[in-house]
Design a protein around this ligand. Structure first.
Ligand SMILES: [Zn+2]
Length: 271
């Protein structure tokens, strides 16, 4: 069915399952050291948990082979049914949406129509880039606060705050209904980069006010414009950009994956 979120899920559709089948199949599953299986109306769902390393595809294939053999021997006269309507007529395996399905031509048309409607709805969504931008900006504010606190009280610029800007930025972008597109990802990154700079400059300002024991804007500008201070400030901003770079690329990739998934979901592919 799918592979992701620390698990692989296999669903086997069988003609029917009676109590002996359940005992037999659970025995086979246990022999293969798989812990989770759930019964469906017309089959079984097996979950392979992955804690540190991916579960071997070969092991899954072997288990599938054993179970198919079991059902094949028990119900030799069975003709496969369409998974959607359950009618025994000519069907084929298609990859539709995000899963494979054994469907007849009529059901395939219906499923494709549903997916197409969803896809059209997605395309008709307003882009909302501006409100997404504002959302990302507002949600990134706690990142600035973390930067100020760690810098003023611990004397360190925490790399974790740049991570916060992007994570919260994406959240804010989505809450404010920004559309998931490559341009949306670009907006979140730009907001992140702006906020990293804003965070560092604000943190420095707070520290300077603390040392001055007064809030004096003229003095602040004077101090920040001193060549040594300016150099240190820029060095810190650039270092933060470098440390967050890897993470930004990773998140950009995630957002693009979500976008690509929405883009191609409507096309059924015969397996
Ligand atoms: Zn059907």
């Amino acid at each position: 069915m799918f592979d992701g979120n620390n698990m692989k899920v296999l669903e086997i559709y069988s003609p029917q399952v009676d109590d002996t089948d359940k005992v037999e199949v659970e025995g086979i599953i246990k022999q293969n050291k798989v812990k989770e299986c759930n019964w469906l109306d017309n089959g079984v769902r097996i979950t392979f948990h992955e804690y540190f390393i991916p579960y071997s595809i070969i092991k899954i294939k072997n288990l599938l082979y054993i179970l198919v053999e079991y059902f094949n021997q028990k119900y030799p006269d069975n003709i496969p049914q369409c998974q959607a309507c359950g009618i025994q007529k000519e069907a084929e395996v298609y990859f539709i949406g995000n899963a494979s399905k054994y469907t007849c031509a009529d059901c395939l048309k219906k499923i494709e129509k549903d997916i197409n409607n969803k896809y059209r709805e997605y395309n008709q969504l307003p882009t909302n880039y501006f409100s997404g931008f504002i959302g990302a900006l507002i949600f990134a504010i706690p990142g600035v606060i973390v930067t100020i606190i760690t810098f003023v009280f611990l004397g360190k610029l925490a790399a974790v705050s740049s991570l916060l800007y992007i994570v919260l930025g994406i959240k804010g972008y989505k809450v404010f209904k920004g559309k998931i597109t490559p341009f949306g990802a670009f907006i979140v990154i730009i907001v992140g980069l702006i906020m990293i700079g804003v965070g560092i400059i604000t943190a420095y300002s707070v520290l300077i006010f603390k040392l001055l024991k007064t809030i004096d804007m003229d003095k602040l500008i004077q101090i920040i414009n001193m060549p040594e201070v300016k150099k240190e400030l820029w060095t810190n901003i650039i270092l933060s950009y470098i440390t967050s770079g890897f993470f930004i690329i990773f998140l950009l990739f995630q957002m693009m994956k979500e976008w690509r998934f929405l883009k191609k979901i409507h096309k059924a592919r015969k397996i």
